[in-house]
Write a protein that binds this ligand. Structure first.
Ligand SMILES: NC(=O)c1ccc[n+]([C@@H]2O[C@H](COP(=O)([O-])OP(=O)(O)OC[C@H]3O[C@@H](n4cnc5c(N)ncnc54)[C@H](OP(=O)(O)O)[C@@H]3O)[C@@H](O)[C@H]2O)c1
Length: 264
């Protein structure tokens, strides 16, 4: 999708990849709608984006609270903005063993990563169809393509996004709805710091993989270039990306490597 003059809604816009994508898109888009929970951080990103002469509306909500998503959507609708694209980056990760994780933590991961993402998507979709089309993107992960220790429900919630968005795409070809799945490897953001542990509390540590990962602004430039081309799958990262191909073509190596991952 050509971004010039378009209205683009970005979730997860307060930090990391979503924030970097918002700043990158503000160089071309007409109007950005920025979402996340932290309103102060959203306003800081808004100021950054406005420096590129882009209009910005802040729409805070909690992906784990459907009512707050609906309220934000209604406000945007009332303002008369028509969403041309919705790029979903909001999400939380996990650092806990299956055997130690109570179900409420699994549910929390699904509420935020899966149900929150599809809730906003399902609100925006009918309007896009009415307007003759649009572009949807959801952020998965390498572990949305295979299982990984200490990420069981995070991985499952990202797998679920693939099933949902692939189905949505198949249903809406005639409606001119494009779908992109973004599949990041290790990116240097706060994702591990904010990840939930076995008690549902923040892991609180920047993991080595993230610290040595691709910088978020580099990642954002690659993502935006591929979103512009409506790529169905956007695999972005360093050498770690190869794991997707190893899992697919030489699964025995994947099973061996995955079982040797140390707790962090
Ligand atoms: N960094 C990586 O290595 C990596 C790898 C694979 C996939 N990803 C995916 O990339 C996406 C962006 O993550 P990131 O790396 O940029 O991490 P991040 O810096 O922690 O950003 C996560 C974003 O999600 C938002 N968010 C979290 N919980 C939310 C909630 N309950 N309601 C609304 N918004 C919420 C956060 O905003 P608030 O805290 O303000 O709500 C923040 O803007 C995620 O979907 C993540 O799973 C990241």
């Amino acid at each position: 999708m050509q971004f010039k003059g378009k209205t683009i809604w970005i979730t997860g816009a307060t930090s990391g990849i979503g924030k970097a994508v918002a700043i990158e898109l503000s160089k071309e888009a007409g109007h950005l709608i920025l979402s996340g929970r932290n309103e102060e951080a959203l306003h800081e990103v808004k100021v950054n984006c406005e420096q590129n002469n882009c209009k910005v509306t802040v729409a805070p909500f909690d992906l784990g609270d459907t009512d707050s998503i609906e309220a934000a959507f209604k406000k945007i609708q009332k303002s008369g903005l028509k969403t041309d694209a919705l790029y979903n980056f909001g999400g939380i990760s996990q650092r806990a063993l299956v055997s130690e994780t109570p179900l409420f933590v699994d549910r929390k991961l699904f509420e935020v990563n899966y149900f929150g993402t599809i809730a906003l998507t399902k609100l925006v979709l009918p309007e896009m169809i009415k307007n003759g089309g649009g572009h949807l993107a959801a952020t998965s992960s390498l572990v949305g393509k295979f299982g990984f220790p200490y990420r069981s429900s995070y991985s499952a919630s990202k797998h679920a996004l693939h099933g949902f968005f692939e189905s949505l795409l198949a249903e809406n070809k005639a409606n001119n709805i494009k779908v992109s799945m973004i599949i990041p490897g290790f990116i240097n953001t706060n994702i591990s710091v904010n990840a939930v542990d076995k008690e549902g509390k923040a892991h609180g540590k920047l993991d080595d993989n993230q610290a040595n990962g691709m910088p978020a602004d580099v990642c954002a430039r690659i993502i935006c270039k591929k979103l512009k081309k409506d790529k169905k799958e956007i695999l972005v990262g360093k050498k770690d990306k190869v794991m997707v191909h190893i899992r697919r073509f030489i699964p025995a190596i994947y099973y061996h490597l995955a079982s040797r991952v140390k707790p962090m």
